[in-house]
Ligand binder design. Structure first.
Ligand SMILES: Cc1cc2nc3c(=O)[nH]c(=O)nc-3n(C[C@H](O)[C@H](O)[C@H](O)COP(=O)(O)O)c2cc1C
Length: 169
């Protein structure tokens, strides 16, 4: 396994807008039977929830990864800088239901306690699932936004993970 060192969430110096919005992340979780999947995501937040360092992410229930985030009490959020952009595009455009994405990416999966990431990552955030809820169209306070971001009404499930571990190279 590549040389990661563990740091405290408070030691992260990343700009969260660039980190998630531009760099993208892989969300990876493992089912109790040991199978796993990852997908690319560029919507999410890091901060403090209920007094703990936390990460929120959004997963549509049509994603294969959804089965894994639902089944696992943990997930990993891995970041790759500019490297692996092609692989992140693949993992964000093909479903693990269609192809063996984990193998065709050519990257090296590492599983740990319900979370999975690729060893080639530069940064890995491992989280414990605290809370999940489905986006409810009636809860938008700006009605136009719902129609704009969900024209097909394929609403996300929003997960809150407590950040348990941060690994960095
Ligand atoms: C840059 C980028 C960002 C994405 N962000 C999200 C996201 O935040 N939530 C989501 O549900 N899907 C997102 N997707 C789409 C999924 O990654 C894509 O549907 C993927 O093929 C799902 O794989 P799966 O079926 O194996 O889970 C994104 C795709 C890309 C390329």
């Amino acid at each position: 396994m590549a040389q990661f060192r563990e740091i405290k969430p408070s030691e992260l110096t990343e700009n969260p807008f660039n980190l998630i919005g531009d760099e993208w992340m892989l969300i990876g979780a493992v089912k109790p039977d040991g199978s796993f999947n990852m997908m690319t995501a560029s919507w999410g937040m890091v901060g403090i929830m209920w007094g703990s360092p936390a990460l929120n992410c959004l997963v549509r229930n049509t994603r294969y990864t959804f089965e894994f985030t639902e089944a696992s009490p943990r997930a990993a959020f891995s970041f790759f800088g500019d490297s692996c952009r092609n692989q992140l595009s693949l993992l964000g455009s093909k479903s693990g239901r269609e192809i063996d994405k984990m193998r065709s990416s050519g990257l090296t999966p590492v599983t740990d306690n319900g979370a999975v990431w690729f060893d080639e990552a530069r940064l890995v955030i491992i989280g414990r699932k605290l809370y999940a809820h489905n986006v409810a169209p009636g809860e938008f306070t700006v009605p136009d936004l719902c129609a704009k971001v969900y024209p097909k009404r394929d609403f996300h499930r929003i997960y809150t993970y407590e950040i348990e571990k941060v690994l960095i190279k």
